[in-house]
Ligand binder design. Structure first.
Ligand code: FES
Length: 140
């Protein structure tokens, strides 16, 4: 007699991949993050809140981080576009779609962002990975 396989949990398959205090990042600036499983990611502050993506360029699968420590780690000089510093692909920062460079039309992998406000402690930033997500932003 064979055993039945374990039952998988029902519902959306989203996974918490990082929790941290909400960084005070000016609009148009970015920062590098490391997810709980060690993958590199980036956070970009936009007028309507933070956006997050895996740091993996769809062109060649490389990291996009600049090694120039004087500028922003991911944004172009205008602060309006995410820039892959390898071959200059530019991505719009809401959905991570490449709008110029060698991978036009391809997208960065977006993470869902949740900002949790609490009366008794500083705001928290939670990053979620969900299959097929376009990088949803939620505030609680
Ligand atoms: S690896 Fe990003 S543009 Fe080539």
């Amino acid at each position: 007699m064979s055993e039945r396989p374990p039952t998988l949990p029902q519902g959306p398959s989203s996974r918490l991949c990082l929790r941290l205090p909400l960084p005070s990042l000016p609009i148009g600036r970015s920062m590098a993050l490391t997810l709980d499983d060690g993958r590199p990611a980036l956070l970009v502050m936009q007028p309507d809140g933070p956006r997050a993506f895996l740091d993996r360029c769809p062109h060649q699968g490389s990291r996009m981080l600049t090694e120039d420590e004087t500028g922003d780690p991911y944004m172009d000089a205008t602060g309006g576009l995410i820039l892959c510093h390898r071959h200059q692909a530019c991505f719009e920062p809401h959905h991570g779609t490449c709008i110029s460079g060698p991978c036009v039309g391809q997208r960065l992998t977006a993470l869902d962002v949740e900002v949790v406000h609490n009366d008794t402690s500083p705001a928290q930033l939670l990053l979620w990975e969900a299959a097929g997500s376009g990088g949803e932003l939620r505030e609680k």
